[in-house]
Design a protein around this ligand. Structure first.
Ligand SMILES: [Zn+2]
Length: 246
């Protein structure tokens, strides 16, 4: 249902097309060809956020929100991508999960928020901001839609079917996880950003340990765990990244 609705609003959103541009992306260290520009990404994110706020229960809790905003803003300020306005939302859900949608909006479940220390939360937010900085969802959308289809959407020449299919892919990706390669890069950026923002990057390791324990002790379905690379492998990689930073 959510995906269908997102698909519909997506078609109605302003798809601004300005051809191909090639940029150097400091988050990935690569030159990347983009044909979904920042403005289109922001528009898409706004439409997705609207649907999420009507389909998921968001918490309006000033105390928790203040903590989330303070840590999130410190991470966003030193990230590799500062052309976006980041915002952070709390989802009422006990599962340990967080996700980011295109355009700079990040969602954190209250279960994760309450269980994580500040250093751990900084690492998780660094991971999510890392996905945004690396433009993982945008590149996935580009790959699925292709240059031709994106230009026809912009010109109003396309039908709903293909677009719905593409939006399905993006929605699954942001909520269920990216490729292993993308997850490892987001972990690496999470370590880098949390340290640069003045947090202890070891928070990523202790968070993974909590996640692992949570997975053993609960019947909660842990998306962050099941769809991502094996947790012990991630801990190993993160420890390497922390050692490389020191
Ligand atoms: Zn991720």
């Amino acid at each position: 249902m959510l995906r269908k609705l997102i698909g519909l609003v997506f078609i109605c959103s302003v798809f601004i097309f300005s051809g191909c541009t090639t940029i150097y992306n400091p988050a990935t260290g690569n030159r990347e060809t983009l044909f979904i520009n920042t403005q289109t990404e922001v528009n898409l994110g706004k439409d997705m956020a609207k649907q999420i706020s009507s389909d998921m229960k968001l918490l309006n809790d000033p105390v928790r929100q203040k903590r989330l905003d303070e840590i999130g803003k410190r991470i966003a300020a030193i990230s590799d991508r500062t052309d976006l306005i980041y915002s952070f939302n709390i989802v009422k859900d006990k599962e340990f999960n967080a996700f980011a949608i295109p355009g700079g909006t990040v969602y954190v479940n209250d279960g994760l928020l309450d269980a994580a220390s500040d250093d751990e939360l900084a690492a998780v937010l660094g991971h999510e901001v890392g996905h945004i900085a690396a433009r993982h969802s945008v590149k996935r959308l580009q790959a699925v839609l292709g240059y031709q289809l994106i230009s026809s959407i912009a010109l109003g020449l396309t039908g709903q079917g293909q677009v719905l299919q593409a939006v399905d892919v993006v929605f699954n990706v942001v909520t269920l996880g990216y490729s292993r390669k993308d997850e490892y890069l987001a972990d690496k950026l999470g370590v880098k950003y949390s340290k640069a923002a003045g947090f202890n990057p070891q928070g990523m390791v202790t968070f993974f340990q909590k996640l692992k324990a949570e997975g053993k002790n609960t019947s909660l379905q842990l998306v962050f765990l099941s769809s991502h690379p094996p947790i012990d492998e991630r801990i190993k990689q993160v420890e390497k990244e922390i050692a490389a930073l020191n």
